[in-house]
Write a protein that binds this ligand. Structure first.
Ligand SMILES: Cc1ncc(COP(=O)(O)O)c(C=O)c1O
Length: 439
């Protein structure tokens, strides 16, 4: 904990001065949830890597939102009302667009007043659900590897994360569906303090699209123990091949206990816009509205308007289908490169990440690693080595596991393919140089 009082120190001229650098003690909640630990994003940040390193680490696009969505944003900035506060529930135009887009997906009518809530990105929406529902000590089950933001969002609100790992197949090139859930393990993780379970499909970083059967089993556990289900479906428009995206909220009885999370950032290549949404029954949306109103009051107005135009026009323009096909092509560039190198990887069914098995990458014993990656999983060193020597950055997957389960993630590096084709082709070419470091 930071010192709470001023310390006397000796100034350069020998005069006693007060150290005022840590005058006000910060909250201990920052310690939990790894909020103070150096996070993986700052270690593998462009600023620390060679200037020409190709960034396949962070999951944001290096291309702009579609022109017609951008011009809707411009139009909104040029109007008056759209530059001011929106209703905390979200702009009605966006809520109507969400309703029209998702009603067929959920197979039910959605009430724009009580069942849809616009939030400042999926992140803030999820945070608001935790604020609204967690009591001190309530346990929240999350599958590992997990989207790293869940952890602090849970602990800041008094919750206790409980981890259930997804298990990769033992070896070889495989499909993301083969990362499996041990349902006995999941059942054992449930205690009388369990309040919530987070499901993320399509999954970051595995790319797994949970099957109907898996979701039915999770639903049965949620029903038996009266759990709230947070279904993070921000990659729902990126499901490849003939995989079926099943929404757990649509399974029998599940609507009443499920909140589904969406993101305009992922849908329209606009991650910095910070527009997301929650869909669920009034019993979940109303308390969450109360929380989000006191956190941000309302979300970014002009970009809500542009997101509404995005959703209104996406289907008739064939945009989402086309975008998904483009992502499938981007995925292929990476997986072809890994095949050519003879390396194993997880072929993702959805989202925009490929996990490369880096367990056979070997670097010189005396390789000069910085302190930030020493003492972390082996994957931290592998990703550092690949970034420095090959010129392509990726993210070590053990970051998305609790300490106890680090060894499961240590064999993988996450490569994001939300980048343009030329960038991916250049990365694919560079990655071939890794062959000489394989054992
Ligand atoms: C699984 C998952 N959930 C939520 C988010 C956050 O989405 P947003 O940018 O809309 O807050 C991300 C972003 O990377 C994600 O990968």
């Amino acid at each position: 904990m930071a010192p709470s009082a001023e310390k006397s120190t000796n100034g350069t001229n020998g005069v006693q001065t007060k150290d005022r650098s840590n005058l006000i003690p910060f909250s201990s909640r920052l310690r939990e949830g790894r909020a103070l630990a150096q996070d993986v994003w700052s270690i593998f940040n462009a600023a620390n890597l060679p200037s020409d390193c190709i960034n396949l680490g962070q999951g944001y696009m290096n291309f702009a939102p579609p022109e017609w969505v951008k011009s809707a944003a411009e139009e909104a900035l040029n109007a008056v009302a759209t530059n001011h506060y929106s209703h905390p529930k979200g702009r009605i135009r966006l809520r109507e667009a969400i309703k029209a887009h998702y009603e067929p997906e959920f197979g039910r009518t959605l009430d724009v007043e009580s069942e849809i809530l616009v939030t400042s990105g999926a992140n803030e929406g999820q945070y608001s659900v935790f604020v609204a529902f967690l009591e001190q000590g309530d346990e929240v089950i999350m599958f590992e590897p997990f989207f790293d933001q869940y952890l602090p969002s849970v602990t800041f609100n008094g919750g206790v994360p409980v981890y259930v790992p997804l298990h990769p197949p033992s070896h070889g090139k495989h499909n993301s569906r083969e990362w499996s859930i041990d349902f006995d393990e999941l059942r054992r993780a449930v205690t009388p303090r369990t309040k919530m379970i987070i499901v993320n499909t399509p999954h970051n970083p595995v790319g797994k699209v949970f099957t109907r059967d898996e979701l039915e089993k999770i639903a049965a556990i949620a029903e038996e123990h009266n759990l709230l289900v947070m279904s993070d479906e921000v990659y729902d428009s990126l499901v490849f091949d003939d995989n079926e995206h099943v929404r757990i909220a649509t399974l029998p009885g599940m609507w009443d206990r499920t909140v589904t999370v969406g993101s305009a950032g992922k849908m329209f290549a606009a991650t910095g816009w910070r527009v997301g949404w929650l869909i669920g029954p009034p019993s979940i949306i109303q308390p969450t509205l109360a929380a989000t109103t006191r956190i941000v009051f309302c979300s970014n107005s002009p970009l809500q308007e542009a997101s509404a135009v995005g959703l209104e026009q996406a289907k008739k323009r064939g945009f989402l289908k086309q975008q998904c096909a483009e992502y499938a092509e981007r995925r292929q560039i990476l997986t072809d490169a890994f095949d050519k190198m003879g390396m194993n990887y997880t072929n993702p069914q959805g989202s925009y990440f490929v996990l490369l098995d880096i367990s056979n990458v070997k670097w010189p014993e005396d390789y000069p690693f910085p302190a930030s990656v020493l003492g972390r999983g082996r994957d931290f060193r592998a990703c550092w080595f690949i970034a420095m020597e090959i010129g392509v950055s990726s993210i070590p997957v053990s970051e998305f596991y609790c300490e106890e389960h680090t060894s499961i993630g240590e064999s993988y590096a996450r490569f994001a393919f939300c980048k343009d084709v030329d960038t991916l082709k250049a990365a694919a070419e560079r990655l071939q140089k890794l062959k000489k470091f394989l054992v």
